[in-house]
Design a protein around this ligand. Structure first.
Ligand SMILES: Cc1cc2nc3c(=O)[nH]c(=O)nc-3n(C[C@H](O)[C@H](O)[C@H](O)COP(=O)(O)O)c2cc1C
Length: 216
């Protein structure tokens, strides 16, 4: 098998898995995956990523709880504003989606660190090239690439993942407090990680001609 077909098989074979066996994820597994994550490209090699691996089921359960608590708070708030249908959908549809990590033996919290570089210090900031928000996004971009490396490496290692922003959208501040994450870090996403207990169907994708415009 060529390198290309191997890589393509790994890319096409990865699925978001939400059911896991009881088998724990080892610290060695995690270190291997982070070793792959850290070779992602990043703007001026700024490596704007950090990871927290939660291998403690009680702590994962606590993160699930705080996600539900925040979700119920938002649902009550929506209901009080006359948005009953949306509140119901939030609880019934988004709730299980945002807490799909609850059965996983490991949760990787993917952080984006502030983007810093000589370009930024010497050129961009003095001329106020872009707003601060753009630099926050710049950190997120590289952090996403590292997350994808991690997920592909996990799949190639026989592990399964599910990238999730649900708990971040609902409870980022509480998550940061609970895990003692410094204020200047953004929680990019969390990745549920474990040994797969299901083989989800391959979800369809937009066709290549529908998403590609070639200029020759
Ligand atoms: C940015 C992002 C956020 C996501 N958030 C969630 C989530 O909160 N809960 C969940 O169960 N899946 C989440 N997913 C997984 C998607 O549902 C999944 O990637 C998509 O349906 C395609 O399925 P596949 O990954 O199996 O190809 C997220 C994926 C991405 C990229």
């Amino acid at each position: 098998m060529t390198n290309y077909s191997l890589v393509k098989e790994v890319i096409h074979g990865r699925r978001s898995v939400r059911k896991y066996t009881e088998q724990p994820v080892t610290e060695e597994d995690v270190r291997e995956l982070i070793d792959c994550a850290r070779y992602a490209p990043s703007d001026t090699n700024s490596q704007t990523w950090e990871f927290i691996a939660v291998l403690n089921r009680e702590a994962i359960g606590r993160i699930e709880e705080m996600t539900w608590e925040e979700l119920h708070r938002r649902a009550a708030d929506a209901e009080a504003r006359g948005l009953e249908k949306e509140a119901r959908l939030l609880t019934r549809s988004f709730g299980p989606y945002a807490t799909a990590f609850s059965g996983a033996p490991a949760l990787i919290v993917c952080l984006a660190t502030p983007y810093t570089s000589k370009f930024r210090d010497r050129i961009f900031d003095p001329i106020a090239l872009v707003d601060e928000d753009v630099w926050r996004e710049e950190g997120i971009k590289s952090s996403c690439l590292a997350a994808q490396n991690l997920m592909l490496a996990a799949h190639a290692r026989g592990l399964a993942t599910c990238p999730m922003t649900g708990p971040v959208l609902l409870a980022e501040q509480r998550l940061k407090k609970y895990l003692e994450i410094p204020e200047d870090r953004q929680v990019n996403m969390v990745i549920a990680l474990g040994h797969p207990a299901e083989t989800p169907a391959k979800l369809s994708r937009k066709e290549v001609p529908d998403i590609l415009r070639v200029i020759v």
